[in-house]
Design a protein around this ligand. Structure first.
Ligand code: AHM
Ligand code: MG
Length: 339
């Protein structure tokens, strides 16, 4: 019988879908420092929870999960029902997966010890970021950081397992629930983005080896905070305007960060009079995005030092946050050099 080798021909398809997230994770597993497959499984657990949360969000208006939950979280912020739903979904996926020994969440007062004697990983998560946009159909996100536990598996969780520096992250990422749902992550070998194909129930590689422009023309800040900001930021913002930069602010960090990552720009959440340490949480928000920013060629600082070098002293620690295109972040830092 005559045979011929398989030759991929996409010309009749009109478009070419990328590799699935599952296959991508598997094919890159051997690159990890500890290539036993657990980190791969953990990333898949996160992707599964992301699909469930994406579904909950997309039908929120119909399924009575909009509105306030009636509780104020440890951050002093009113929890939305979807904040709680997302917290449950991610924590449950991480618990059932079996690779994680502890979860720290923006929505929980304390460390959740999963009492999993085999779990080698700790996850820090903001289950649903952009709370003020949840009920108004504006993009929101999930942010996660993954660390290896330091103390031996099977022993009680210690502070040193949780309070690790951003440079200790073994993987980090975010999910953006926008006009499409995307999962973007890094394991320290570049940044890859996957778009969710709802009808197939799969994430497909759509943004391979993402690189952020070295300079951009978007600045992203809540300018309503003007009276709360210091003189250095006033001067920097004036410079942005004099240079003709464009202002863009969604109020969902994931969405604002993602846009700037693709287009070039800077996101700023400085210290304010109300929040002298800034608003953005180091463990749940800043570290993961800083890792992704650096892996894509950008920078993240607190105005004076690199975010990833900050040694956390408490769970819900906040930090001033400047992240985005390298030259823009350096520029804003130069306004703080005299301090
Ligand atoms: P959240 O995690 O409670 O949603 O808070 C973080 C959010 C960020 O997504 C966003 O950039 C910022 O807070 C918006 O704050 P503000 O309303 O002060 O502009
Ligand atoms: Mg948040």
């Amino acid at each position: 019988m005559k045979t011929k080798p398989y030759k991929q021909d996409n010309s009749a398809l009109g478009y070419n879908v990328g590799v699935t997230l599952d296959r991508f994770i598997k094919s890159h597993q051997s690159h990890f420092a500890y290539a036993t497959g657990e980190l791969s499984q953990l990333l898949r657990d996160i992707a599964l929870a992301a699909k469930i949360v994406s579904r909950e969000i997309s039908r929120a208006g119909l399924s009575q999960v909009t509105g306030a939950y009636g509780n104020v979280n440890i951050q002093g912020e009113e929890q939305q029902k979807l904040d709680v739903v997302a917290d449950i979904r991610f924590t449950r996926a991480l618990t059932k997966g079996g690779e994680v020994c502890a979860v720290v969440s923006e929505e929980e007062d304390e460390v959740i010890d999963l009492h999993n004697s085999k779990g080698k990983y700790v996850v820090a998560i903001d289950p649903l970021d952009g709370s003020s946009n949840i009920d108004v159909n504006v993009s929101i996100g999930t942010i996660f950081s993954i660390y290896r536990r330091i103390t031996p598996t099977g022993s009680p969780i210690q502070a040193e397992d949780i309070l690790q520096k951003g440079t200790d992250q073994v993987a980090a990422g975010y999910v953006l629930y926008g006009s499409s749902t995307m999962l973007v992550y890094t394991t320290g070998m570049g940044v890859n983005g996957f778009t969710y194909e709802r009808s197939l129930g799969e994430f497909f590689l759509s943004h391979s080896q993402m690189k952020t422009p070295q300079v951009g023309n978007i600045y992203t800040i809540n300018e309503g905070l003007h009276r709360e900001l210091d003189e250095n930021i006033h001067s920097y913002l004036l410079q942005c305007k004099e240079r003709g930069y464009t202002a863009r602010y969604i109020g969902s960090l994931v969405a604002d960060f993602h846009r700037n990552l693709l287009k070039g720009g800077i996101y700023l959440y400085p210290a304010t009079k109300k929040n002298p340490q800034g608003k953005i949480r180091l463990l749940y928000e800043a570290n993961a995005l800083a890792f992704i920013a650096e892996q894509s060629g950008g920078l993240a600082t607190d105005g004076k030092k690199r975010i990833l070098d900050i040694v956390p002293s408490e769970l819900h620690q906040r930090t001033p946050f400047y992240i985005g295109s390298e030259s823009m972040v350096k520029d804003v830092s130069s306004f703080y050099l005299d301090l």
